[in-house]
Design a protein around this ligand. Structure first.
Ligand code: SAM
Length: 292
């Protein structure tokens, strides 16, 4: 019978270094990931192991449990615990105009290409609470392209999608976002886009008019349209190589010819099976164009 790694066999005492067995810990983590997939449909089985392990232990400590097996018991029987763990595992860190230079490159090098299209479909895959989606809506509005654009914004996690739909972001981050906006080449006064209410900043509902938010899992769900632009920033970094390739297959299938793919600053197409299918528009800003 498997003994949870963080307990001394035969006792319920917390771990001692002598009882720590990394191979057994891996088995427990794999069993938990398999259980989550089979019971809830969330597939974290091919996410980068070190990151998953770190997040599981954070939750275990926060709940006062002593082992991965104890967490498994609660997660499989209590949907509320799954919801908490989903927030831990899905890592929703985001910001408006994150990496401002990316938006400068997008304005200068992608917008002129998009101007030639009668209608533009964009997909933000892994959009978290929506900050980058509102950033893109603002950019397209300022470039006079928003009327002919439709943004599809998806994430595995419905909790963050609901927050994104609300258009309310923490007021205490507006100073940072204003600086990002200016450095991203913003053309107005950033405060024109929101109204302050208590500790929240409510973004203009008119920005929502061409955005469709919905839940979509990059690991298990299929393509749902053909896009001119796919932005998937700071998501693939959490996946192992095989899963990254699978998601690149989905993106390649979902992009029109000469469609744009934008990745996060620490991500790249280098060494992916799809490297040859794209040419760089800005290598530094991780913006590529599909050529096959
Ligand atoms: C670090 S955030 C990145 C947010 C935003 N793209 C940015 O760059 O600021 C990663 C997001 O990817 C989402 N995610 C993780 N796995 C996913 C999957 N299998 N399908 C869709 N979204 C996923 C998470 O829920 C999280 O909101």
């Amino acid at each position: 019978m498997a003994v949870p790694v963080s307990r001394t066999p035969g006792t319920s005492l917390p771990d001692t270094p002598a009882s720590y067995d990394p191979a057994l810990e891996r088995i427990e983590i794999e069993l938990l990931m398999e259980g989550i997939y089979r019971h809830y449909g969330f597939d974290f089985r091919s996410y980068a192991y070190a990151s998953i392990r770190r997040r599981l232990w954070k939750r275990i400590e926060a709940e006062g449990f002593h082992s991965i097996t104890a967490l498994q018991d609660r997660v499989l029987h209590e949907p509320d615990m799954m919801e908490k763990l989903l927030l831990d595992l899905s890592i929703n860190v985001t910001a408006m105009f994150r990496d401002p230079k990316f938006y400068v490159a997008f304005r200068e090098q992608v917008i002129p290409l998009l101007r030639t299209y009668p209608f533009i479909r964009l997909w933000h895959a892994g959009c978290s609470t929506g900050e980058e989606v509102y950033s893109m809506a603002i950019l397209l509005e300022e470039e006079g392209l928003y009327e002919r654009a439709r943004i599809y914004a998806t994430d595995i996690n419905d909790v963050v999608i609901q927050r994104a739909k609300s258009g309310i972001f923490p007021l205490d981050r507006m100073q940072e976002y204003t600086e990002n906006y200016i450095n991203a080449g913003g053309k107005q006064s950033f405060s024109e886009y929101y109204t302050a209410k208590y500790d929240g900043a409510l973004f203009s509902p008119t920005l929502l008019r061409n955005i469709v938010f919905s839940q979509h899992n990059l690991v298990t769900d299929r393509s749902f349209a053909e896009f001119n632009v796919i932005l998937c920033r700071n998501v693939l970094i959490y996946f192992d190589k095989a899963l990254q390739n699978r998601v690149h297959h989905l993106f390649n299938e979902s992009l029109s010819t000469f469609g744009i793919l934008a990745l996060g600053s620490k991500e790249s197409l280098k060494f992916s099976e799809y490297e040859d299918c794209y040419e760089p528009i800005s290598l530094h800003d991780k913006i590529y164009r599909k050529v096959k």
